[in-house]
Design a protein around this ligand. Structure first.
Ligand SMILES: [Zn+2]
Length: 488
């Protein structure tokens, strides 16, 4: 059985999640579900970065013990996984023992290799990024991500010989499928060619929050070796059965702001530790809300669960996936959520189910046996859908599935089974099959609604093997509640 290991980035546990956090998780969940649909042995990981200095800072500002503070925020992120109906197989927290021992083991391995050394360093440090920034990173002297002037910091730290891996990293990043989409690949490759790779600090001195380095108790392990190793600590590196089965990762899904860390620093650490490299870094854009950047200071950092309570989780998942192509920044708005719910989910899909089942109950008491293929199934372009998902164009895959749903609505209008008795049974059976197949294809995107469709059709969900005409020999349907309520 082919395996598939997919991860999201781990979020800082210094605040509650907002809708920007939801996008990456939904995108990853669809890919994980789709992989299971293709009967791959799939492992989907998400989690929180609890050791970050900014967690400690915010906790201190709020006068809350740091551990209590991160525990509480992590709980909201775990809650979000449930609210979004994610199928993550694990949730890693970087204060867990299972993570601490792996982060220390990797640090030690890289140190023993001779790739970590001590030196005094002075540089421009952005607290938001938790990173030293080069001149090229700054815009008008400020961090473009956090709009803040970096602080000059001078300290004695342990450094990782990133420069030693420049040639290999450049080769890796230049390869066609490692960084997707190609725009972000070019950006990284250009930056390596222009500036080269400089050694980076992998420890911080005099802190009281974080993981001790295994070689010097005055120093904590800095974010690179700490946070990034979550992808293997969750699999119980090096001896765990999951590590042996799932590593290397097939896809690390990350926001564009942390592309460099994942495409350059993480593989270099792995090279040094002699661990196989992940196969792909999938870089997505940022989400704006009602046209504005999401931030706590703007007061629009909306908790996704508020919108989900109001509109429903599949309405939220669907709109997000439809409105935000992964390779661009995209806007999410309540207006679009309403429009797509009313027009696409309720009118196109919901009505197709409800009118078909009403006719099946009226004329056949809900019992229909297999009929001949009337050609509706040929309107489905599975190859195209597969191609779109392979290229991570989930919005286009949805559009293609929808063209089948619309073709089915046109079919029922054209055939008028309420009038034409002689073709009625064939038409209704073909429609039930079209709904069943649409539901299978949509089950990675709007899983809860597809469960409801399946239960009304009286069938179980299935895999790609069931995407063919005539699988169900005898339908015994039971019309239930409407799938998507219209929003006024
Ligand atoms: Zn910054």
């Amino acid at each position: 059985m082919e395996k598939f290991y997919i991860t999201t980035a781990i979020d800082y546990a210094n605040a509650k999640p907002h809708i920007g956090h939801a996008y990456e998780k939904i995108l990853s969940d669809v890919l994980a579900r789709w992989s299971r649909f293709y009967e791959k042995d799939t492992f989907f990981l998400t989690g929180t970065d609890e050791n970050a200095q900014k967690n400690d800072q915010v906790a201190k500002e709020k006068n809350i013990p740091t551990k209590d503070f991160v525990d509480k925020n992590t709980e909201s992120f775990e809650e979000l996984c449930k609210t979004l109906n994610l199928t993550n197989d694990d949730f890693i927290k970087t204060t867990q023992d299972r993570h601490i021992k792996v982060a220390q083991a990797i640090f030690k391995k890289v140190y023993d290799k001779g790739d970590i050394y001590k030196k005094t360093y002075s540089g421009k440090y952005c607290e938001g990024c938790e990173a030293f920034l080069g001149e090229r990173d700054l815009v008008d002297g400020k961090c473009p991500e956090h709009k803040k002037k970096p602080k000059i910091i001078e300290e004695e730290n342990y450094f990782f010989k990133l420069s030693k891996y420049e040639k290999e990293i450049l080769k890796l990043c230049s390869s066609k499928n490692f960084i997707v989409p190609s725009g972000w690949r070019k950006e990284i490759v250009n930056r390596i060619k222009l500036d080269g790779l400089k050694d980076i600090s992998v420890s911080r001195q005099g802190l009281d929050w974080g993981i001790d380095t295994p070689i010097d108790s005055e120093h904590k392990i800095y974010v690179w070796i700490d946070a990034l190793t979550n992808y293997i600590s969750a699999l119980s590196y090096p001896a765990g059965a999951k590590y042996k089965k799932y590593w290397p990762a097939d896809v690390h899904v990350v926001g564009k702001g942390i592309n460099w860390f994942h495409s350059v620093i993480w593989p270099a650490i792995l090279m040094s530790a002699e661990i196989p490299l992940p196969k792909q870094i999938l870089v997505h854009g940022y989400v704006t809300f009602n046209g504005e950047k999401i931030s706590k200071s703007l007061g629009n950092a909306i908790d996704p669960s508020e919108l989900i309570d109001k509109y429903g989780v599949d309405q939220f998942r669907y709109t997000m996936l439809k409105d935000i192509p992964f390779d661009q920044d995209g806007d999410f708005s309540e207006n679009s959520l309403k429009d797509r719910t009313n027009n696409e989910l309720a009118n196109d899909l919901g009505n197709l189910l409800s009118r078909t089942l009403s006719l099946c109950e009226k004329y056949y008491s809900g019992k229909l046996t297999k009929q001949k293929n009337d050609g509706l199934f040929e309107k489905l372009n599975l190859k195209k859908i597969e191609k779109h998902i392979e290229n991570y164009n989930l919005h286009l895959a949805l559009e293609e599935i929808w063209s089948f749903v619309r073709a089915s609505n046109k079919y029922v209008n054209d055939k008028e089974p309420w009038k034409n008795e002689e073709t009625r049974e064939v038409v209704l059976y073909n429609l039930l099959e079209a709904i069943r197949i649409s539901s299978l294809l949509l089950s990675s995107f709007i899983p809860g609604s597809c469960d409801k469709i399946n239960s009304q059709l009286g069938i179980k969900s299935g895999t790609i093997k069931n995407i063919k005409f005539g699988v169900i020999k005898k339908y015994s349907i039971k019309k239930g509640d409407i799938l998507f309520k219209k929003i006024e």
